[in-house]
Design a protein around this ligand. Sequence first.
Ligand code: X5A
Ligand code: ZN
Length: 578
Amino acid sequence: MEAVETASRSTSRSLRRVGILYDERMCRHHTPDDEPHPENPNRIRAIWNKLQSAGISQRCEVLSAKEAEDKYILSVHGKSHVDLIRNISSQQYNSRRNRIASKLNSIYLNEGSSEAAYLAAGSVIEVAKRVAKGELDSAFAIVRPPGHHAEHDEAMGFCLFNNVAIATNFLLNEKELGINKILIVDWDVHHGNGTQKTFWKDPRVLFFSVHRHEFGSFYPSNDDGDYTMIGEGPGAGYNINVPWENGRCGDADYLAVWDHILIPVAKQFNPDMILISAGFDAAVGDPLGGCCVTPYGYAMLLRKLMDFARGKIVLALEGGYNLASISNSALACMEVLLDEKIVTGSTEAYPFESTWRVIQVVRQELKAFWSVLADEVPTKLISQKAPIPVKKILISSCDSEAEDVEELLQEVIRPLSTLRVDEDCRVLAESASVSWRSDLSNIDIWYATFGSNMWKPRFLFYIEGGQVDGMQKLCSGSMDKRPPKEILWKIFPHRLFFGRESTRTWGLGGVAFLHPESKNEDIVHMCLYRITLEQFNDVLHQENISSYDMSSPLFDLDCVKEKGSINLEAVKLSHSGL
Ligand code: X5A
Ligand code: ZN
């Protein structure tokens, strides 16, 4: 009996009516000479193929795209912008198209762009209308170009028309649909600046965006995505930004934000419908996002939203640039919409300390508008946080030879994550494993130095031991006394800031960090030594850990708190910029 049930379910349509929209015509928007670009046609092809081979699309109502009518697009964009996007693919524009695109921020245009933009916007309208009418329970529009960066008069960030904003206005304006309050959840790793501006003063639309922000240094690189941006006039309180201070955020961070901000507010707002700006560039493996949400994580985030608006949910694709990651994430979401699998799994990690801090400031900022945010987050929860600083330092010691940063992470972070680090981020004496030294000695890293340590004779005291003029104490040296295997000078387009007033060896001065906020006019010379991870460990010990004084943490957490963390993308940029 049980087996028969399962068999019939796997081949027949779901009890839930779930719509899925895909149209090959949206693949005709691509770079002029088909040069490589992260936002390329294979993104939607990959998702579609995955959903077909997994048997998902067979259980859905498959819809094809319709071009949006100008009157709907004009509810979000100005006439000149709509005219431009309509005409940009015509022959008259052949000679001017590239020039126009180059004046825009992160935009390319070709002969297929106009049609794709109209289809993407029209597709989200189409699925949203059907869900609103009750013809479908929920739906996923696999569209491109994406939309959430597109503003009233400006295409930017790979976006031409703001598909989700256009569909939202459509729903609100078609009064007979009975949709009066809409929650937009933007979980793309970038801030949905265009959507935010569209509904800035509109209390019918609660716009929620969680994104990497890094104090305004992450794309689109301004303050629009800050937590202080809460809307205005009647829309005050109906705009919620959750700005990450660093990359590497994953399931635990997103779920904490859901549990302590989004879900309580959604309950109080009680939307008639939910539209998700479903970029999958916060997924683990994404080349632009640098975050690590798993398919299980996306499934959980979506599952938690299905308790609202009687499950009337529309997902519209935004960003997401790793074909495997976006396909697996989309598949996990479709399984949730079809409700054929109970979401199982677990997140092992805790949220970052920075995540709890961001949750607290967002709640503080919005509690006047949402009474459910008034209470303090229990300290017991906040004390459960993921340790980070050791990883941070290694990421900043950029390996100039590692072509693949992913590889660097694999080789360096994995062994490091097995080091035991206590609450204050001090490295604990490793008692369990006797082989840790030989394990670490097999891995080379680049140790980037600045100031006195740039000079080889001085740096060598950390390795060989001894005391040079100006040193406050005798260095014990490293266990492994082999000299650095290679020495390299490098320019980084970043300012340094100092994580500490002083260090034990040198007195005043101290630990330098590359400042993620600084721009290209800042330049710093550094000297990089190729040493083993074991030697690095010993260097850190000599500089930071005293057998008499264990009260000072290895890295100054307060400084990191105030100034932000080092972002991998910044290092990557400095890398390729040389
Ligand atoms: C939709 C989206 C990202 C733009 C990044 C430009 N856009 N550097 O993910
Ligand atoms: Zn994005």
